[in-house]
Design a protein around this ligand. Structure first.
Ligand code: OMP
Length: 230
């Protein structure tokens, strides 16, 4: 059975916990995501342990955002780990995105458009021209023109982003919640089924799976829901 196009966000303070989650969910999902919480504490050991725990693609979510030379150096530092995906912030600008792409040729650099925790009021307060869907499209197109082969946006923008960037760019959507689940700090959310229907290739789900009583069962249920919807 093919595994569901889901990246489980292994956001835990302890590597043992993340490795346990990885082994429970990996039979059901395509991708395991190591983010800042784990990587800043454990470094490359986090990647090695998660890989050993679960056979799945590795998504390294470091959200790099700095001047181009610094991001190139950072991307080079982790490129040897050969993650399937590495995130950078599109807001760093096209030169920065290009620097990451060139420094990590064997990895799909994924440009984060606008964090899924932000809404129109946040954009106004930050002085970023909105509304959200227009800003996401702007960042998406700039990042793809700079060489990004993957984009991160919320499911709500996925369809417009797909129309703008074509079929070859991988669209990744966090801000995903099964119907009725607590949205927590996410502002722009949708269900996993509607994210895929809108054109997402990979949905990112963290707490609804990892904080469930049985993360393996939660991942299996989510995967089954996606299969049924397709
Ligand atoms: O790059 C990401 O993965 C990301 C981008 C974004 O805009 N929003 C977002 O939530 N994420 C990540 O996706 C995961 C969402 O986790 P949950 O809210 O627990 O499902 C976290 O690991 C976030 O760091």
């Amino acid at each position: 059975m093919t595994r569901a196009p889901v990246a489980v966000a292994l956001d835990a303070p302890e590597l043992d916990t993340a490795a346990r989650w990885a082994s429970l969910v990996a039979p059901h999902v395509s991708t395991l995501k190591v983010g800042l919480e784990l990587y800043l504490r454990y470094g490359t050991e986090a990647v090695t342990r998660v890989r050993d725990a679960g056979d799945a693609d590795l998504f390294l979510d470091l959200k790099l955002h700095d001047i181009p030379a610094t991001v190139a150096g950072a991307a080079r530092s982790v490129a040897r780990l050969k993650p399937a995906y590495l995130t950078v912030h599109a807001a760093g600008g096209p030169d920065m995105v290009r620097a990451a792409v060139e420094a990590a040729p064997d990895t799909r650099v994924a440009a984060v458009t606008l964090l899924t925790s932000l809404d129109d009021a946040d954009l106004a307060a930050l002085g970023v021209a909105g509304p959200v869907p227009a800003a996401v499209l702007r960042f998406a197109v700039l990042a793809v023109e700079a060489g990004a082969r993957a984009l991160v946006c919320s499911p709500r923008e996925a369809s417009a982003v797909r129309d703008a960037v074509g079929p070859d760019v991988v669209i990744i959507t966090p801000g995903v919640r099964p119907a009725g689940a607590d949205v927590q700090d996410q502002a722009r959310v949708a269900t996993p089924e509607s994210a895929l229907a809108a054109g997402a290739d990979l949905v990112v789900v963290g707490r609804p799976i990892t904080r469930a009583d049985d993360p393996g069962a939660a991942a299996a249920a989510l995967a089954a829901g996606l299969r049924a919807a397709r």
